[in-house]
Design a protein around this ligand. Structure first.
Ligand code: BGC
Ligand code: MN
Length: 359
């Protein structure tokens, strides 16, 4: 009786199970749900990203990148589609963040100062930078977007040596960067502060940079552990220059190479536009930082070393001391906020963007 009962129970169970499976596998709804699930699975977990922008990109592997960096491969690896779609893309490809310390860093690399190097050779060597001096790593998302702003007049020999050195240096740091040279009407006395302000304003119009590095053309960083990035406070980067025996000339110096974020620049109203001729605009910037209760940051002097290219010493502006003294009276109205200028020329070269202005 018990056994019979057990058998009966078992039969009922088997019958129920079979009918459930049969109903499941013969139901069209099951197959629809199954297919929809598969589509979602592929879309989210297997497919690497936005299909359109992904196809438009030339995806470069780490190994290819290494070849480009160290063997000078001249393959076109411009990381933007010709249409510039990524530049303005609202849906960029999602890539993992680049490592905190790039695996490509080599430490000290003495800059090659060869003024006779051919332009063609420089262009061919850094064919990877194809978008007017803009480069970004292909395999990862750069930690900062950096505009490198170089005030410029007449020093084409330096420009060539500078580009030859700085491009591989910045590529090794896995930065998303672009280089701008800002020049002033030949009839107007050189004005570094004003050109740096223009560089900041012009570069900000085309990309959402995290960091602006103000860089003299005659300074070549010797150690790629000197990371071209911004910090919470403005950074003075050219700490140890060979010309000054690798020693800081004075503690408040802010000239040569310095890095500030957009917020930091806007907070102090950028540089003064009043320092025509050589000197003083960086000292005035130091006063602006102090006036706004900011602290200046510097990296270790064994890392932030620079080689300075030789050039004729410019004529110092004798009025600079008086201007420095009275600077903080003008800080609100003399700076990036109400700077007016006109663009005379804008040339997009493969390795840099050149902008010439007048005031
Ligand atoms: C000038 C600065 C310059 C520094 C180092 C100072 O006398 O005022 O503008 O950066 O010397 O050359
Ligand atoms: Mn100089």
């Amino acid at each position: 009786m018990v056994e019979k009962h057990g058998q009966l129970k078992n039969e009922v169970f088997v019958t129920n199970k079979t009918s459930f499976c049969r109903r499941l596998f013969t139901s069209p709804r099951f197959y629809i749900v199954f297919v929809v699930f598969q589509v979602f699975f592929i879309a989210f977990f297997i497919y690497p990203g936005d299909s359109e922008s992904y196809n438009q990109m030339l995806v470069v592997t780490n190994q290819q990148m290494e070849e480009v960096l160290f063997n000078g491969t001249t393959e076109n690896l411009c990381l933007f589609a010709e249409t510039g779609s990524l530049w303005n893309s609202s849906n960029p490809v999602k890539r993992p963040s680049c490592p905190i310390i790039s695996p490509y860093l080599v430490g000290v690399k003495t800059p090659v100062v060869d003024l006779s190097i051919d332009w063609e050779d420089v262009f061919a060597k850094y064919d990877v930078v194809r978008c007017n001096g803009h480069f970004k790593p292909s395999s990862c998302q750069a930690r900062q977007k950096v505009a490198l702003i170089v005030p410029f007049r007449d020093r084409y020999g330096h420009l060539k040596v500078f580009l030859n050195h700085i491009h591989p240096f910045l590529m090794r740091q896995q930065l998303d960067y672009k280089i701008y040279f800002i020049d002033l009407d030949d009839d107007i006395l050189f004005n570094r502060g004003l050109l740096l302000n223009v560089g900041f304003l012009e570069s900000s119009k085309e990309y959402n940079y995290d960091c602006y590095i103000f860089h003299d053309v005659d300074l070549l960083p010797e150690n790629d552990h000197n990371l071209y990035r911004c910090s919470d406070q403005p950074r003075h980067m050219s700490v140890a220059v060979d010309k000054f025996n690798y020693k800081l000339p004075y503690v408040s110096i802010f000239g040569g190479v310095s890095a500030m974020t957009k917020d930091q620049i806007l907070f102090v109203n950028g540089f003064s536009n009043k320092f025509s001729g050589w000197g003083g605009e960086d000292d005035d910037m130091f006063n602006r930082l102090k006036f706004h209760n900011m602290t200046l940051m510097r990296s270790m002097d064994d890392v932030s070393t620079y080689k300075m290219l030789k050039h004729k010493q410019s004529h110092p502006n004798p009025k600079r001391f008086k201007l420095i003294k009275t600077g903080m009276k003008r800080v609100k109205q003399d700076g990036v906020r109400n700077l007016e200028y006109e663009i005379l020329k804008r040339n997009e070269f493969p390795l840099y963007t050149y902008i010439k202005i007048t005031i």
